[in-house]
Ligand binder design. Structure first.
Ligand SMILES: Nc1ncnc2c1ncn2[C@@H]1O[C@H](COP(=O)(O)OP(=O)(O)OP(=O)(O)O)[C@@H](O)[C@H]1O
Length: 263
C-alpha cells in the first residue's frame, strides 16, 4: 500500500510561561492510502497535538512530516479536519457551510452547477439532504457533526483527520454516526486518522490502533493491527474473538501498562 503520510522522529515542544514543555518525542509512523488509524491514550498525552501536526495547524519542533512526499508546511485541502465541536459558521445554513469549503477548494476551476452538485452530494452522503436550508441552531448535535463531516468530505481530501468527532454526542447518536462513518469510509476509500478515548470506537473503526504513552514527552507505546474485515458490522463484531482480543489489548495498555503513570 502507498504511504500518504510519513512521520519521522517528530517531537513537539511548546514554550509556556513556566518554560519549555515537551508534549511529544520521537514519534515515527507511516500512514498508508485507504488506512484507518485511531490515536488513543490518556487525557493530555498528546493525541490532538499529533493530529494538529498532521493537519499542518502546528509545526513540529523536530523531525520530519511528509504528505505525499512533500513537507507538511501548513493546512491543505488534501488533509481535511473534523473537530469535536463541529465548528460550523452559525450565520450560514448547512448547505452554505459546506458550499463555502467546496468553493474554496474547487471554485477557481469549476462552474457554479458543479459546486452545487458537490455540496448536495456531500450532504446526501451523511443523510442530510433534508436539512440543507436549516441553520446550525435549528439542528441536533449529531446533525451538526454530520454537517462537519460532509464539509470535510466535500473537499475530497486524501486524508480525513478527526479529533474526537463523536465525543460530545450521546451513546446512541454516537453509535449511529460510527456506523455511518464505516459506510462512508467503505464508499469513499478515504484514509482516516481519528483521535478517540473510546476503545470500542477505536477497534470498530480502525485498521491500526496507535497507543500513546502518557506525557510529558509522549511516544508511541504500541501499535495494534485490527485483523477484522471491513466494512464491519457492530452487532456481528461483538461475537468475534478478534474483536474481544483487540479490545482487551487496548484496555490492557491503557489501564494496566499506562494507568500507574497517569496524571
Ligand atoms: N499550545 C500549547 N501550549 C502549551 N502546551 C500545550 C499546547 N497544546 C497542548 N499542550 C500540552 O501538551 C499536552 C498534550 O495536549 P493534547 O491536547 O495534545 O492532549 P490530548 O491527548 O489530545 O488530550 P485530551 O485527550 O484531553 O484531549 C498537554 O499537556 C497540553 O497541556
Amino acid at each position: 500500500m502507498k504511504k500518504i503520510v510519513k512521520i519521522e522522529n517528530v517531537g513537539q515542544t511548546f514554550n509556556t510561561k513556566n518554560g519549555p514543555f515537551t508534549a511529544l518525542r520521537g514519534i515515527s509512523l507511516d500512514i498508508h492510502e485507504g488506512e484507518s488509524i485511531s490515536l488513543i491514550g490518556h487525557s493530555g498525552c498528546g493525541k490532538s497535538t499529533l493530529l494538529n501536526l498532521i493537519a499542518g495547524l502546528t509545526r513540529p519542533t523536530s523531525g520530519v512530516m511528509l504528505c505525499d512526499g512533500r513537507e507538511i508546511a501548513g493546512p491543505g485541502p488534501e488533509r481535511a479536519v473534523v473537530f469535536q465541536n463541529h465548528s460550523l459558521l452559525p450565520w450560514l445554513t448547512c448547505y452554505d457551510n459546506v458550499y463555502l469549503a467546496v468553493d474554496r477548494v474547487f471554485g477557481a476551476k469549476e462552474g457554479k452547477a458543479k459546486l452545487k452538485q458537490r455540496t448536495q452530494d456531500a450532504l446526501a452522503l451523511v443523510g442530510l439532504s433534508h436539512a440543507e436550508t436549516k441553520f446550525p441552531h435549528e439542528i441536533s448535535g449529531g446533525m451538526k457533526q454530520r454537517v462537519g463531516i460532509a464539509r470535510a468530505l466535500s473537499m475530497e481530501p486524501r486524508i480525513l483527520l478527526m479529533d474526537e468527532p463523536f465525543g460530545a454526542l450521546d451513546a446512541l447518536t454516537r453509535a449511529m454516526l460510527q456506523d455511518e462513518l464505516v459506510k462512508i469510509l467503505a464508499a469513499t476509500k478515504a484514509t482516516m486518522v481519528m483521535v478517540t478515548h473510546d476503545v470500542d470506537e477505536a477497534v470498530l473503526l480502525s485498521d491500526r490502533v496507535v497507543m500513546l504513552t502518557n506525557g510529558p514527552a509522549a511516544a508511541i507505546g504500541e501499535i495494534l493491527a485490527v485483523k477484522l474485515d471491513r466494512p464491519r458490522d457492530r452487532l456481528a463484531l461483538a461475537e468475534q474473538p478478534e474483536f474481544a482480543h483487540c479490545r482487551a489489548a487496548v484496555l490492557d495498555f491503557l489501564y494496566k501498562k499506562q494507568l500507574k503513570h497517569a496524571a
